[in-house]
Design a protein around this ligand. Structure first.
Ligand code: DGL
Length: 289
């Protein structure tokens, strides 16, 4: 294992699949001088309907793997479901490693909603978690929240990456699921009593933003978490004295490595589509629990 404190070590990032690439986009923009190793646990996705014990075991195995194989200097859990199920355990298991999680951005939504009625979509696991219940309770009285689990949506997004055409079956399914779930939440709009702000409480859903916008209209505010997570990562690295020096050229060689426990092709397609990265950044690996 490399020394975890080395400023030139990579930052580890993981998600159940390709959803966390939306967080990686924000991390690369905020921290252009850092190296990243991203693990998509696509062989075990989706996490959202699997239960806490399974998700905690995967989080444990992946954190240990990224430390041992890549000597990461910080870990970003780019998955709301894994954060809700296992971030405390990850921090306890790696007390010397900065660990950043993601949670649905309810507080920023309260700050910008005019109607005070806010929609939250996420996985069943995230929205049923004790962590989410505490977050909701902490904002009681400040807004009304309409909470909608979206079974199957992350999985459909995961499958769509291999086929980028709008007419592919997974894209059709994404649009149908978005319509069904947002339809069940009540009216969206700017009038009193209508939902004017929608929190994307799953990192996969960022990749369905265009479908959600087309359904709900351009005036509905969609809130994701990539940018605040990237800023928090910068803060923690700074405090730990592990920020890569920002003078000189940004790294090019191995600046981003993308790993998957599933099939390689979909990750390569997602890397090209969402991050404009070449196929040779991607590799298939095994991470046994
Ligand atoms: N992208 C993940 C999240 O943010 C998990 C989706 C899933 O695997 O169900 O919750």
């Amino acid at each position: 294992m490399q020394a975890a404190s080395a400023v030139d070590a990579p930052i580890g990032v993981f998600d159940s699949g390709i959803g966390g690439l939306s967080v990686l986009q924000a991390l690369r923009a905020e921290l252009p001088h850092e190296r990243f190793v991203y693990l998509a646990d696509s062989g075990h996705a989706p996490y959202g309907e699997r239960g806490d014990a399974f998700v905690a075991a995967r989080t444990h195995a992946i954190s240990a793997y990224l430390r041992e194989r890549y000597g990461i200097k910080a870990l970003v859990v780019a998955c709301n479901t894994a954060t809700a199920a296992a971030i405390h355990e990850a921090r306890a298991a790696h007390p010397d490693l900065p660990v950043v999680g993601v949670e649905p951005a309810l507080k920023p939504a309260v700050a910008i909603s005019r109607t005070g009625r806010i929609g939250v979509i996420g996985t069943r696991g995230t929205l049923a978690s004790a962590k989410f219940a505490r977050l909701l309770a902490s904002l009681q009285g400040q807004a009304e929240f309409v909470v909608q689990p979206c079974d199957g949506l992350a999985h459909a997004i995961e499958r769509s990456t291999a086929q980028a055409l709008p007419a592919d079956p997974a894209s059709t399914e994404i649009r149908a699921l978005c319509a069904r779930y947002t339809g069940a939440m009540g009216r969206f709009g700017q009038a009193p009593g209508e939902i004017d702000t929608l929190v994307l409480g799953c990192t996969h859903y960022v990749f369905a933003q265009d479908d959600l916008r087309a359904l709900l209209g351009p005036e509905i505010q969609l809130i994701a978490t990539g940018e605040p997570v990237a800023r928090q990562t910068r803060r923690l690295l700074q405090v730990a004295g592990r920020l890569a020096p920002s003078q000189g050229e940004a790294p090019t060689q191995d600046a981003v490595q993308l790993l998957t426990t599933g099939a390689l092709d979909p990750l390569q397609a997602a890397a090209a589509r969402w991050l404009q990265l070449p196929a040779d950044c991607c590799a298939a690996v095994q991470v046994p629990s």
